[in-house]
Design a protein around this ligand. Sequence first.
Ligand code: GSH
Length: 412
Amino acid sequence: MALVMHSYKGNKNSDKAFIAAEFAGVKIDMPSGFEMGVTNKTPEFLKMNPLGRIPVLETPEGPIFESNAIARYVSRLNGDNSLNGSSLIEYAHIEQWIDFSSLEIYGNIFNWFVPRMGFMPYSVPGEEAAISALKRGLEALNTHLASNTYLVGHSVTLADIITVCNLNLGFSTVMTKSFTSAFPHVERYFWTLINQPNFKKVVGDVKQTESVPPIKKAGQPAKPKEQPKKKEAPAAEAPKAVEEEEAPKPKAKNPLDLLPPSPMVLDEWKRLYSNTKSNFREVAIKGFWDMYDPEGYSLWFCDYKYNDENMVSFVTLNKVGGFLQRMDLARKYAFGKMLICGSEGPFKVKGLWLFRGPEIPKFVMDEVYDMELYEWTKVDISDEAQKERVSQMIEDAEPFEGEALLDAKCFK
Ligand SMILES: N[C@@H](CCC(=O)N[C@@H](CS)C(=O)NCC(=O)O)C(=O)O
């Protein structure tokens, strides 16, 4: 018998097991037609979980309820992964962070969000207590993440999967940018992991809430999107309410397409860059400066703000690779070089970007969270030293600023 998940798509508790399954190479089926408040109250369902809550995983050995327990089971089904660490102490630390994020993070997000939705009694002191406990939890997490890319060890573990799913409830409901900006390492951690392929396959595109939802009167909870027939919504179901999507808006033209035409054609430059196999300085670099149009384009240096974290080469390379993937939306308007400098950690990440228009495009700043992880400085092309630095970055000059290059990645 295959593994069968009883839940609905988008439930952040069942996401934990689905993400663990991606890492562990495990298949889980989820039958369609699950109806919240109906399916989970049937006698057959109550035999699997007497509280009638989701998720429940049916396995050949019997059902499991409680989302963390389900994710633990899935993560161990295929021993060939590092989700549970590689020593007893790592395993203990994984369990530590699972408990921490479930109680101190998820629990407090829940106590902030759910009363606002009208699923539990709301009170100002109750909300204040939840927010202040959440801040303490996030502060502790932020401090740990200031010097750690992952919660435990040097790769994703079950602790990261569960913590990111717990944070996802907060980021998508009550934790606005102005709230989370006090915890920059948590922000970086969350956006980096949630955009990793094994997470993204399950959770899709995540957007941070723009505002804390208004307080709804008790007894008049928000109508859950997927379960319009449901009459009484239980407390723990609240997260679904905010997953309602706005009606699609007509697609606006990108303001960069409305700029006065430029004699510099970005694709021509990209072709010259890609096709120059020898005499790079004389052909490609000279060609670049010949075609560069300072009216229609701008050049920017960027420096990673947290180089101290870049101790492990492949983690640093993945980080930069992820950034370039997320820049995909700017392909028509940008060209970039990212140099990973040093022969051992901490590696320094330094970049050069060419953007259409005089500023870094707003949609890039808004959509690509990595932008905030870098210090951006506009290149002054009247300064020959800065121009030379641009040339060296385009041609992957090595050593660059006295250091070997671990790698040079190009966005074109
Ligand atoms: N601690 C449980 C929480 C389960 C839970 O509260 N599930 C909610 C949906 S997110 C639910 O099924 N609510 C329906 C109900 O309580 O009747 C877990 O992590 O699985």
